[in-house]
Write a protein that binds this ligand. Structure first.
Ligand code: PLP
Length: 394
């Protein structure tokens, strides 16, 4: 029987994903399965480099590299000049964060569900510059309390910086409501969209963020070692990247250089060329299904999994948020999440465990040590969810 869900033809999507044949992959928030066009673009590029040479391959396929910028601009509703290709979400985020001018007493406002590397960077800069980080409390849904955020804004606040979807939970922070506050008060807004990109429509105009970072390998289903940064046009010229090379800037003479005028001033010259071309294909592929259609398939599927898990004795589903996404976190009384992960792996079911630095802030506040994280995508099947729930039931 053919599986159709809204406008997503799940059978076709799975037929275009070789990995679906052999595994039950419920780890899309870790690293998804590349669809055939993406894997073929990646491997084909590398094969060509083997025979033709890296520079010659890049010269021959400039259009495929340039397509990355056009595809990302379509994905985010921005201009291609506002996009930089960067090797992962963390470095993309860093390039914006460390370019912002922060001094003693300046404040960064973030969330309880903030990503660990971002927290480390706040603390790192606080130590170096004397700036401060303050955590905005959650509302009753467990997401950032937007009214509390607004109350915390004063002249010291120089940045609002949040994760759209945390690494260790299914909640979707109200990014556009946060953007409205940032706009009203003229505070720069950095959005970590690493876990939301590819599973939720992202429109930087509607969200109102000034900077957005994302990765390729998760819900976008691109290759590992790929990511990007969006920088709003009017910010590009005002930001001094923490690192510059001769791609980001041009050396004029022994005393002078000029930086690029577009967001590529945040890029490296040497990069994962095959990955960049393949990420463009992955973004086009996601757009081909439609981000609203993807969200409308993923969210009910994840909720179905939550409901099944919650019905099992001893299982506690941990996801918070008024809006939830494809990430499902849970724990089971008497069984360590790592042991659950191993038990699932033995049955060919892939999940991950959250609870290291990535989710530290939120988990500590909630008294959670670690949790199993199962993450569904539009290629996931109801029967895979059944398998997972049956294995957890034991
Ligand atoms: C919310 C969030 N931000 C950032 C990252 C870092 O992404 P990357 O590993 O591509 O640097 C992750 C990774 O899991 C994440 O979950």
């Amino acid at each position: 029987m053919s599986v159709r869900s809204g406008t997503i033809d799940v059978d076709r999507a799975r037929a275009e994903t070789r990995g679906c044949e052999s595994i039950v992959h419920l780890n899309h928030a870790g690293s998804s399965l590349m669809p055939i066009p993406v894997a073929d673009a990646l491997i084909g590029w590398q094969r060509e480099e083997e025979f033709r040479g890296g520079y010659e391959t890049a010269d021959r396929h400039q259009g495929k590299l340039e397509n990355f910028y056009d595809a990302t601009a379509r994905l985010l509703n921005c201009h291609r000049d506002e996009v930089a290709f960067i090797e992962n979400a963390t470095r993309a985020w860093d390039m914006a964060f460390y370019a912002l001018d922060l001094g003693p007493g300046d404040r960064i406002l973030t969330t309880e569900s903030e990503y660990g590397s971002n927290m480390i960077a706040y603390l790192h800069r606080a130590r170096r510059t004397g700036c401060e980080v303050a955590i905005v409390p959650n509302d009753v849904f467990g997401q950032i309390d937007v009214e509390a955020l607004e109350r915390m804004i004063d002249a010291r606040v120089k940045l609002i910086s949040i994760s759209h979807v945390p690494t260790g939970g299914g909640l979707v922070n109200p990014a556009a409501a946060v953007g409205a506050v940032a706009r009203r008060h003229g505070v720069p807004y950095l959005l970590d969209a690493c876990q939301s990109v590819g599973q939720i429509p992202l429109d930087v105009q509607a969200i109102g963020c000034d900077f957005l970072s994302a990765t390729g390998r998760k819900y976008l289903r691109g290759p590992r070692g790929t990511g990007f940064l969006y920088v709003r046009g009017d910010w590009i010229g005002r930001l001094d990247p923490p690192l510059l090379d001769q791609h980001a800037a041009e050396l004029i003479n022994e005393r002078e250089y000029v930086m690029r005028a577009d967001a590529r001033r945040f890029e490296n010259w040497e990069c994962h060329f095959a990955g960049k071309a393949a990420l463009g294909v992955a973004i086009d592929y996601a757009l081909g299904w439609g981000l609203e259609e993807i969200r409308d398939r993923v969210q009910p599927l994840a909720q179905d999994l939550r409901d099944r898990l919650a019905a099992i004795d001893g299982v506690e589903v941990l996801d918070e948020g008024a809006e939830k996404c494809g990430i499902v976190t849970f724990r089971k009384a008497g069984e360590d999440p790592e042991a659950i992960k191993r038990r699932l792996k033995a049955r060919g079911i892939h999940v991950s465990v959250s609870g290291d630095s990535g989710a530290r802030v939120g988990y500590d506040r909630r008294g959670i040590a670690t949790a199993v994280r199962a993450s569904v995508h539009y290629i996931s099947l109801e029967r895979e969810i059944d398998d997972l729930a049956a294995t957890i039931r034991g």
